[in-house]
Ligand binder design. Sequence first.
Ligand code: IMP
Ligand code: MG
Length: 171
Amino acid sequence: MTQLIPMISQAEIKTKVRKAGQEISLHYQDKNLVLVGILKGSFIFLADLTRQITIDHEIDLIGVSSYSGTSSTGMITFTKKPDLDLQGKDVLLVEDVVDTGNTLSAIKAYMESLHPASIKICTLINKHERRQADIDADYACFSLEKGFIVGYGLDYNELYRNLPAIFDLKL
Ligand code: IMP
Ligand code: MG
């Protein structure tokens, strides 16, 4: 039987997203910030984060598929490339979970080919146990050693994105 065990509350999420927004606003004050959300998992985080950023910024979305079930395949295909011209811009990739890091490392390599002024990573959850790629988040709201979590945009086979808080999924 599938069990959903409460892990991170709405209040905790709100506090950490606000803090990330403040740090980003400070760091990117004199820069050309573009938030690039990675579909679909980041959509709720991105929507909350953008409203906690007090400096002008642009928003774009990219889509990649790399995942089925609970483990990353390491290969990505783009389902949506950026719409904006990112050359000379300060790109902040907004991700739901960095797990093995393979997805973000492939995305970062692609983004570099677009010649932005800088690329940094902001993730809701930084998960450490299975990290393979040499990559880390510049901003992370929460750190987690292991486990598979859902809610607040995060899915398991496309379900549970709608849950307002974050839950540990026990299959
Ligand atoms: P990575 O390539 O292993 O870093 O995988 C990252 C992607 O896997 C993220 O964009 C998530 O969509 C997905 N993912 C990894 N761990 C979880 C989890 O615990 N819950 C939901 N999605 C996850
Ligand atoms: Mg994802």
